[in-house]
Design a protein around this ligand. Structure first.
Ligand SMILES: Cc1cc2nc3c(=O)[nH]c(=O)nc-3n(C[C@H](O)[C@H](O)[C@H](O)COP(=O)(O)OP(=O)(O)OC[C@H]3O[C@@H](n4cnc5c(N)ncnc54)[C@H](O)[C@@H]3O)c2cc1C
Length: 472
């Protein structure tokens, strides 16, 4: 075993870690190290001092105690999808949960228990055969833990709420290595903070999740030229803001593909896509999605009944591992003609054919949960807007980053305030205060002080422990 400079690792603390650790410990140059340090965003080529690939909460606890003893900074890897690459850092200990992906389902109780390294696909693979699912994100290779701890928007959000609203309990390894169960009646302050506060308060090794009934959905999508986008979005706005909770709509500006339903003239050009998914009885789908496309007739459209599992994997191929990504995001107060003109201009100026601008109307069940019930902020935000640059060559980094930044900055007059913590990339550290607002941030900082007073878990969108002489 070597350290990150390739020297043999000889410290006694490491010898004792190795004696009890059940998973894999990987140092630089060892087989598997280069694979394990890689994360989804190819922009982050970082070299941890040590990678601890854990098998259970005992391993996580031992790894954390080791880091504390030798003074190594810590990062935590769930699915490795965070665009900021917070799962990995140079010269740190990476606590990697990607070998912990078991899920069990109690279909009668509509509850799943999922380990902390699960991907969304692991969870769906276990629950969907029972016609059940936990509401989660739209790309199935995203990690459950990072997504759920930061919030978790997805197709079922307006109908059932966020992923974090479905956490019933969590097994958490605290920074001091102890293992606790957080739930409404146990460590209630920790349970509150875990639901929206990100990976600041401990390492979640097991989630207990409420499941919801799911079945086939009616999926309807239409494409528009950029010239037609402003008129189409005028209709979208009116439609989306009145949609029932069984209907979820998403808009995206991206380069049109080669599918037969897309007019030849639009293929390969930046275009607007509007998508409406009816989550109720599929036969009622056309009657519910149709009015949007009647009001805003697309240049081409496709509609069909789709299994829920297929819906969950629809985004999987457009955002592959290893490409370079830069994301800026904000909430929008409205989608009136002026912001739409700016959005359409951004689409026209897209630097890479792999990039995407997307937006969706939120509210519904997300906003029905009282703001005080969990750490997740800004539940009443009307729209979320994300400018995601994706490209392959490092020589194109700057132009793509600039495009993404400008895409959100130009919408400043219509922003709602704050941002989604899981979409922060390289913001200054006070952006985290802005995410939560000062009062909520202060409460989170108090919880952080109680559970991680030394800020061992700082490799995240960091909440700094509130200063105090009181320690747990
Ligand atoms: C292609 C793509 C699609 C996405 N789609 C959606 C979407 O539809 N909806 C949505 O809401 N978000 C979406 N996201 C954002 C996603 O929520 C975040 O990227 C999230 O951080 C991913 O979680 P992860 O476990 O894969 O992250 P990782 O990169 O593994 O970890 C990120 C951070 O999460 C924390 N963390 C991870 N695991 C644990 C754990 N077990 N215990 C404690 N802390 C932990 C750590 O602080 C870590 O630094 C998407 C991201 C991508 C790349």
């Amino acid at each position: 075993m070597t350290d990150f400079d390739g020297r043999p690792r000889r410290d006694p603390a490491f010898a004792s870690l190795r004696e009890t650790f059940r998973g894999e410990l990987l140092g630089a140059g060892e087989t598997g190290y280069d694979h394990a340090r890689r994360v989804w965003n190819g922009m982050h080529d970082r070299r941890p001092a040590l990678i601890a690939r854990c098998l259970d909460s005992g391993d996580v606890s031992a790894a954390l105690r080791y880091a504390r003893t030798v003074g190594l900074p810590v990062t935590v890897r769930g699915g490795g999808h965070n665009v900021a690459g917070t799962a990995v850092a140079d010269a740190a200990l990476m606590i990697d949960l990607s070998l912990m992906r078991a899920v069990t389902v109690d279909a009668a109780e509509r509850v799943a228990v999922a380990e902390g390294g699960c991907l969304l696909s692991d969870l769906d693979a276990a629950t969907v055969p029972h016609d059940l699912a936990c509401p989660a994100g739209v790309v199935s290779h995203t990690g459950l833990a990072g997504l759920a701890l930061g919030g978790g928007y997805g197709w079922l959000g307006r109908k059932w709420g966020l992923t974090c609203d479905h956490i019933l309990a969590a097994e958490v390894v605290l920074a001091d290595g102890s293992v606790v169960e957080a739930a409404a009646d146990r460590h209630a302050d920790l349970f509150w903070a875990l639901r929206g506060g990100g990976g600041n308060f401990g390492i979640v090794t097991r989630f207990t999740l409420r499941l919801r009934p799911v079945g086939p959905v009616y999926f309807h999508t239409g494409v528009y030229s950029l010239a037609d986008a402003p008129a189409a979005l005028r209709e979208y706005r009116t439609f989306a803001e009145k949609q029932p909770s069984d209907l979820h709509t998403i808009g995206a500006f991206k380069h049109a593909g080669q599918q037969s339903w897309i007019p030849v003239a639009l293929r390969g050009t930046p275009a607007l896509f509007l998508t409406a998914v009816w989550l109720g009885e599929p036969t009622e789908g056309p009657g519910n999605t149709g009015p949007l496309f009647d009001a805003a007739p697309p240049a081409g459209a496709s509609a069909r009944v789709m299994p829920y599992a297929e819906l969950q994997a629809l985004g999987d191929h457009s955002e592959p591992h290893g490409n370079r990504y830069f994301t800026k995001s904000c909430y929008l107060a409205d989608l009136t003609d002026d912001p739409v003109a700016e959005m359409t201009a951004s689409a026209d100026e897209m630097r890479s054919p792999l990039s995407c601008i997307d937006f969706e109307y939120l509210r519904g069940a997300i906003a029905d949960v009282p703001e005080a019930d969990s750490a997740f902020p800004r539940r009443d935000a009307p729209y979320i807007y994300t400018v995601s640059a994706q490209w392959t060559e490092s020589s194109a980094d700057q132009e793509n980053i600039d495009w993404s930044r400008h895409g959100v900055r130009r919408l400043a007059p219509w922003q709602y305030g704050g941002a989604y913590v899981n979409y922060l990339q390289d913001e200054p550290s006070d952006a985290v205060i802005d995410v939560y607002g000062q009062s909520r941030y202060s409460t989170l900082a108090d919880v952080k002080r109680r559970y991680d007073p030394d800020n061992l878990l700082a490799g995240n969108q960091n909440i700094v422990p509130a200063p105090s002489s009181q320690r747990r």
